[in-house]
Design a protein around this ligand. Structure first.
Ligand code: NAD
Ligand code: UD1
Length: 336
């Protein structure tokens, strides 16, 4: 029983790989290292004391991908590989459609050819667009506000069509809220290129004085303190949801979407306060204009995942802030 992990050198995939190996699963990692570093593969091996095949392979390279399916007898696939920068997707949409959509089509086509029909897909809360209310449950209307979000939405549609055409598929669409934190060892973590787009990597870079101050995007949202509210979830809790989803797919056919969030919303200022308090670090910040496309409040109703997968997030915001800083402090230049 071997699990193919696409994008396993990346932030979430590397944490999932550690968790899968710890639980005794055999894995194969495939990644083109376009947004990651081979060093994360070394660290997964170091943390687990286990070896596994790694392929530097692009999902767009169908022939190479087919060879991997010929070599290994996969039971299931966890599909993390994809490009994820919202801003870049607006500037270079075709790159996103090509990479995320064609990559997923190639993957599914070869899965079908080799009779591998269990798939866990990395979707995102971005598929809820601008939600009318919170908490968000899986039955909310879906929409997208940028090309990145549209790739997630289109892939969800493609996967639903695939199931309609062949009901032996078993597919979990995991809609992540805001993953932060890192493995407690500080050996693997999020490794953004250049200036971080997301809140937590920016804060940790301010904390180690790599950046002077945080820019808080907007202070007049209709939230308890005027700043944006999100559902931050520890990456370790998030990846545990994938193991539960695999178990669920062992017992159930169909295509099913699950929110992976904590169910609690915290504002940008809440994060700064908790981060400063737990790490005893001052985070200088300045209010600037809202970031175009941002929603005021986004948090999950995670009840479906609890009922159907038996999963719920356990780690609190303090642990998320502590582990995020440990990774950054121990690896000020990421994996380089
Ligand atoms: P990441 O960039 O760290 O990891 C993605 C990995 O996929 C990278 O290692 C990259 O090199 C690889 N990859 C990209 N295109 C590929 C291709 N064509 N062939 C082979 N490998 C390829 O990102 P992450 O944060 O670990 O996210 C994993 C998945 O979860 C992505 O699909 C992302 O869209 C989704 N997601 C992430 C977040 C988040 O906040 N991090 C939120 C919601 C959804
Ligand atoms: C962003 C993406 C979303 C993606 C998610 C996880 C956008 C518009 N949305 O969501 O599609 O799924 O990341 O990768 O990019 N903030 C600041 N200063 C900063 C950075 C962020 O104030 O330097 C604020 C934001 O305005 C927001 C909150 O912090 O209110 C969280 O931002 P971020 O971490 O980028 O996540 P999302 O906006 O939820």
């Amino acid at each position: 029983m071997t699990i193919l992990v696409t994008g396993g050198a990346g932030y979430i995939g590397s944490h999932a790989a550690v968790e899968l190996l710890k639980k005794g699963h055999n894995i194969v990692i495939l990644d083109n290292l376009s947004n990651s570093n081979f060093e994360s593969i070394n660290r997964i091996r170091e943390l687990t004391d286990k070896d596994f095949p790694f392929y530097n392979c692009d999902l767009l390279d169908r022939d190479k991908l087919n060879t991997i399916f010929e070599i290994h007898n996969f039971d299931s696939v966890i599909h993390f590989a994809g490009l994820k920068s919202v801003g870049e997707s607006v500037e270079i949409p075709l790159k996103y459609y090509q990479n995320n959509i064609i990559g997923t089509i190639n993957l599914c086509d070869l899965m079908a050819k080799h009779d591998v029909k269990k798939l866990v897909f990395s979707s995102s809360a971005t598929v809820y667009g601008h939600p009318n209310k919170v908490p968000i449950d899986e039955s909310f209307p879906l929409s997208s506000t940028n090309p990145y979000g549209r790739t997630k939405l289109m892939i969800e549609d493609i996967l639903r069509d695939l199931y309609t055409s062949d009901t032996s598929w078993r597919i979990a669409l995991l809609r992540y809220f805001n993953p932060i934190g890192a493995h407690e060892s500080g050996r693997i973590g999020e490794n953004p290129n250049g200036i971080p787009n997301n809140l937590m990597p920016y804060i940790t870079q301010v904390a180690i004085e790599k950046r002077e101050k945080l820019f808080v995007f907007g202070k007049d949202y209709e939230t308890h303190d005027g700043t944006g509210v999100r559902d931050f979830i520890h990456v370790i809790d998030l990846v545990k949801g994938h193991l539960k989803a695999l178990q669920y797919l062992d017992e159930n056919e169909g295509v099913e979407a699950f929110n992976l969030g904590t169910g609690s919303g915290y504002s940008v200022l809440d994060i700064i306060d908790t981060f400063s308090m737990i790490n005893k670090k001052d985070i200088p910040y300045e209010f600037v204009d809202r970031r175009p496309g941002d929603v005021a409040i986004c948090y999950a109703n995670p009840a479906k995942a609890e009922e159907m997968l038996g999963w719920r997030a356990e780690k609190d915001l303090k642990e998320m802030c502590k582990d995020s800083l440990k990774w950054q402090t121990d690896n000020p230049y990421g994996y380089e």
